[in-house]
Design a protein around this ligand. Structure first.
Ligand code: SF4
Ligand code: SF4
Length: 179
């Protein structure tokens, strides 16, 4: 590693007082399932066993747990790694302290959505689901090929129900506020 790279790595590890948000620390600990976050002693088992961390250079559930303990709200909510968790619960099964790591990630994502911090890919998925009931826009060519092959048409979604569901999970509201 060059001296410049080493310096840059050291700089990235600096935690500034301004990054810590005590109100966020209190808020997140009151969310059911997140209360055990303080029991995390940074053993790293979650990261070692995580199938996403195995293939990603930026994803570390251990680091997310530490940043949550410290209340690093802005950095956590703006981090793209927050959206990489596949919710497989491997980490939850293996954590020696019984920390619901996947639950913490879910809570952080919910807060990010509430604050309008949603990655473009999820905005696109949201749009597709609201307009069609499908996560991906089904191309007309695909529909035509189904007909040619004698397959039945794809089921139509009840968009009113879809909209109600989005209302319940707050994504719809956050999206409207953003627009
Ligand atoms: S396995 Fe549990 S205790 Fe260990 S770093 Fe992950 S959350 Fe913390
Ligand atoms: S739930 Fe998320 S953080 Fe935990 S092992 Fe699965 S992908 Fe990794």
């Amino acid at each position: 590693m060059s001296e410049k790279q080493a310096n840059s790595t050291r700089l990235r590890r600096v935690i500034k007082m301004g990054d810590l948000d005590p109100a966020f620390k209190r808020e997140i600990r009151e969310i059911p399932g997140v209360e055990k976050i303080n029991l995390c002693f940074q053993c790293g088992t979650c990261t070692a066993d995580c199938p996403i961390a195995r293939f990603s250079e930026i994803y570390s559930p251990r680091k997310i747990m530490r940043m949550t303990q410290l209340g690093m709200k802005k950095k956590l909510l703006s981090s793209e790694s927050l959206w990489l968790c596949a919710a497989c619960f491997t980490c939850v099964d293996h954590c020696p302290q019984g920390v619901d790591i996947a639950g913490v990630v879910r809570a952080l994502r919910n807060i990010a959505v509430r604050e309008g911090i949603i990655p473009d890919v999820f905005k696109e998925l949201t749009d597709n689901i609201l307009k069609t009931g499908y996560a991906y826009k089904i191309p007309e060519l695909r529909k035509k090929k189904r007909t040619e092959k004698g397959l039945p048409p794809l089921p139509e979604a009840n968009l009113e129900d879809v909209s109600k569901l989005f209302d319940v999970v707050a994504v719809f509201k956050a999206k409207q506020e953003e627009e």
